[in-house]
Design a protein around this ligand. Structure first.
Ligand code: IYR
Length: 218
């Protein structure tokens, strides 16, 4: 493989500390939002964030992510109907009691108004395998890890420009393949709801775990 010169920005130690603190301050303010208004997103903003997502590292550089931007009200409405159907099943029968208990503090239920109220949904698909020109399967590697990292990049990029997100996982969400016309080799990974929080939106008063619970130094 041909090699090219690495473009890498180096900073002084002072700059490193300042940049680290500034990025931390930005990112820890991110909250998952469930209450969106319908104000549209400026042209190009989603595309820029998606280019960030698509630059994520992936197993063997297979880039096994596919993103579908949904802004059309009719398609959002179809997604909402299908998701609420699954969620009704989930909340009334499928979910075990311990799961419902874990969700209690978040106050979620089977109604998903944000799917039509938010200006955009980004459906994220995981490509289980590729197809070459002869129609032969190409193996992908570490798809879950790769798409998870790309999704993290996407959420961060959107937060950075002042957009709120909700990582929504209707289960099962195969209906997304049908509505969005995606091949069976692409598995719906999650549905990212994107927009501005409603003025006065509330979020649950949840806390992050203590730092030394999640980080250990040996
Ligand atoms: N998919 C359901 C349930 C749900 C599950 C988890 I884990 C959450 O963090 C939140 C909700 C729903 O979207 O309501």
């Amino acid at each position: 493989m041909e090699q090219i010169k690495l473009q890498f920005e180096r900073f002084t130690e002072k700059e490193m500390i300042e940049r680290g603190q500034a990025f931390r301050a930005l990112m820890v303010r991110r909250r998952t939002v469930r209450d969106f208004d319908d104000r549209p997103i400026p042209t190009g903003v989603l595309e820029d964030a998606l280019r960030v997502a698509a630059s994520a590292p992936s197993g063997a550089n297979r880039q096994p992510w596919r993103f579908v931007i949904v802004e059309d009200p009719e398609t959002k409405a179809r997604i909402r109907v299908a998701a609420e159907k699954e969620e009704q099943e989930f909340y009334s029968t499928r979910a075990p009691d311990d799961w419902l208990e874990a969700l209690e503090p978040l106050g979620t239920d089977a109604n998903k108004p944000f799917l039509t109220e938010a200006p955009a949904l980004i459906a994220i698909f995981l490509e289980r395998f590729g197809i070459d020109e002869d129609g032969k399967r190409i193996k992908n590697y570490y798809m879950g890890e790769s798409v998870g990292i790309a999704t993290g990049f996407l959420i961060s990029a959107l937060h950075q420009v002042g957009l709120a997100t909700l990582t929504h996982t209707p289960s099962p969400m195969r209906f997304l393949n049908e509505i969005l016309n995606r091949p069976a080799r692409e598995r719906p990974y999650l549905l990212l709801v994107v927009g501005y929080p409603k003025v006065g939106a509330m979020v649950p008063a949840i806390e992050r775990l203590p730092f030394d619970t999640v980080v250990t130094k040996v």
